[in-house]
Design a protein around this ligand. Structure first.
Ligand code: ZN
Length: 133
């Protein structure tokens, strides 16, 4: 079902400061930024080989990233696994009785189709399934 790690999502309170850290301290390059209104986030992509780091800054105190930081502080928020067919993957997980946050895929940053599994189903790890192209 899972092909590779598509990206790792990191919650940050200040996107520009975090970008500086990753680009200046670690020499990584900014692949692009994007706002995802539905998720109330501003996202920056930092490609690493064939995967990437996704920095997420909340654009609203009500957003999921703001709530995450409030509860746990800045840090790794989710791991995104690439799948070839997200509809088939969700159907298979549903058939296995896996608890899902998203029963149906929605659009995430970069035009990807994404869906989150419930962290209770994965021992506390917020897993995102991600299909591209
Ligand atoms: Zn993500």
């Amino acid at each position: 079902m899972v092909v590779k790690i598509d990206h790792i999502g990191v919650a940050v309170s200040n996107l520009d400061e975090s970008l500086k850290l990753y680009t200046e301290m670690l020499g990584m390059e900014l692949g692009g930024t994007e706002s995802v209104e539905e998720q109330k986030v501003r996202v920056a992509f930092l490609p690493i080989g064939d995967t990437e780091l996704e920095l997420l800054e909340s654009t609203s105190p009500e957003g999921p990233i703001a709530k995450f930081i409030e509860a746990k502080g800045q840090g790794i928020q989710h791991i995104a696994f690439r799948v070839d067919d997200i509809d088939a993957a969700l159907a298979e997980l549903k058939a296995k009785g896996v608890r899902l946050i998203d029963e149906k895929p929605r659009y995430g940053a970069g035009g990807a189709r994404i869906a989150f599994l419930h962290p209770k189903a994965t021992n506390g790890v917020l897993v995102e399934l991600c299909q591209r192209g």
